[in-house]
Design a protein around this ligand. Structure first.
Ligand code: PLP
Length: 396
């Protein structure tokens, strides 16, 4: 599984990015490096040799394409996959090896029990009602049904309390009917490794675990996988860091960036001093400048909150966003580029070597998760395998 671990760190090459397909890349292009995602997975495995490293591929693998990501990670040995909804699990199941398992993090929706059982999907049971429904179905079907059980250790989001767990474990033959394959909790502050809440949650989790000590434990998201070894448990649930994005201020040591986002220049114009730019004239040119209109707006997932503060990049130059971002486009200042250096049809970098997902999130005080999950819908996606693995490029 680790045969390629010694390969040099694959990096995005500019040449790989520049072959536009004008008919399909009208807005811009999201390039996803499956080689980097695979390498990040292997790196987590190497950091946690005693645990199983799962993969969180909910929300279409954070907008990067769950089909592609899950198949790639299965090829690296991943067998524990996590999604939010049953429909996501059902869509992925046929693409995965038969020994892979899919967990539904949002649990068992009323009425979906039979569908879930027949599809061979494992719900994450988070309330006594969900546990009761799964238990009843197992009794009715006359076979035990696998599931994960989530307990609340302090985040107040999802999961059973200690009293609720005791109640459930008291049901006649609960353990015989419901085959608990994972005891799960979620950490509220894993991106702040020094926070006292982490030790509190780990300590509370131990009390739950004492009631079912033979069940594998799962506590760790990306931040915990990187920075909280005491919360590693037996099955890790990383999402963000697989995609090469830093889950917190500690960065993502040893992980490789896996995405690049580019938009196309639609029009260039010279703007006299005193001219308003964009909706509401939020920006008025205080000097003559050259502006480029680029084909990325908030409907593409390019956050409107970057209006007046974000930037695109071209040829090593920062191109500040001028005024408000529109639905399908925005204007950037290209005055500092030599005349004729940038032209309609050229592509500018929105996410890449000069500007990471975490940088963008920091500029507008949101999480990198939100930036990433917003991107996937409208940009043309293109998949590459970083050069150390293969030079193949495919389009979708
Ligand atoms: C989304 C999610 C994860 C993954 O979180 P990352 O920060 O992307 O690693 C793990 N566990 C649960 C329960 C989640 O909802």
């Amino acid at each position: 599984m680790d045969t390629e671990a010694a390969a040099p760190a694959p990096q995005f090459q500019t040449e790989q990015m520049s072959n536009w397909h004008p008919s399909t890349d009208e807005a811009g292009r999201l390039t996803i490096d499956m080689g980097a995602i695979a390498a990040n997975y292997r790196r987590l495995c190497a950091m946690h040799p005693a645990a199983r490293v799962g993969a969180v591929v909910k929300a279409d693998a954070y907008g990067l394409g769950a089909d592609q990501v899950a198949s790639t990670l299965a090829g690296q040995g991943a067998r524990d996959f996590f999604v939010a909804h049953l429909a996501e699990a059902i869509a992925l199941k046929p693409l995965l090896p038969t020994d892979a398992v899919l967990f539904v993090l949002n649990g068992l929706a009323p009425g979906s029990e039979l569908l879930c059982a027949e599809a061979g999907i494992r719900p994450v049971l988070s309330t006594p009602e969900q546990a009761r429904a799964w238990y009843t179905l197992a009794v009715d079907l006359g076979r035990d049904l696998p599931a994960a059980l989530q307990v609340d250790t302090g985040m107040s989001r999802l999961g059973l309390s200690e009293a609720e767990l005791d109640e459930v474990l008291d049901w006649p033959d609960f353990a015989g009917q419901v085959n608990i394959r994972l005891l799960m909790t979620h950490m509220a502050c894993a991106d702040m490794p020094g926070a006292p809440a982490n030790a509190d949650q780990i300590c509370r989790f131990a009390r739950f675990y004492a009631r079912m000590p033979s069940v594998p434990r799962s506590l760790a998201n990306s931040a915990a996988a990187l920075f909280l070894p005491e919360a590693a448990g037996d099955v890790l649930r990383p999402g963000l860091v697989l995609y090469g994005v830093e889950p917190g201020p500690g960065g993502a040591p040893g992980m490789q960036p896996a995405i690049r986002l580019e938009a196309r220049v639609i029009q260039l114009r010279n703007i006299p001093a005193g001219t308003g730019i964009g909706y509401g004239f939020d920006y008025i040119a205080d000097r003559p400048l050259r502006a480029a209109t680029i084909s990325a707006g908030y409907a593409d997932g390019w956050p409107r909150a970057l209006s007046g503060k974000g930037a695109a990049w071209f040829a090593g130059q920062r191109l500040p966003i001028l005024g408000r971002i529109s639905m399908d486009s925005c204007m950037v200042d290209v005055t500092n580029l030599p005349e004729g250096r940038i032209r309609p049809g050229d592509s500018v970098e929105l996410i890449g070597p000069n500007q990471s997902v975490a940088d963008l999130a920091g500029q507008i005080a949101t999480t990198p998760h939100e930036i990433l999950t917003s991107l996937g819908q409208r940009f043309a996606r293109s998949y590459i395998n970083s050069p150390s693995l293969s030079g193949e490029e495919t389009q979708s």
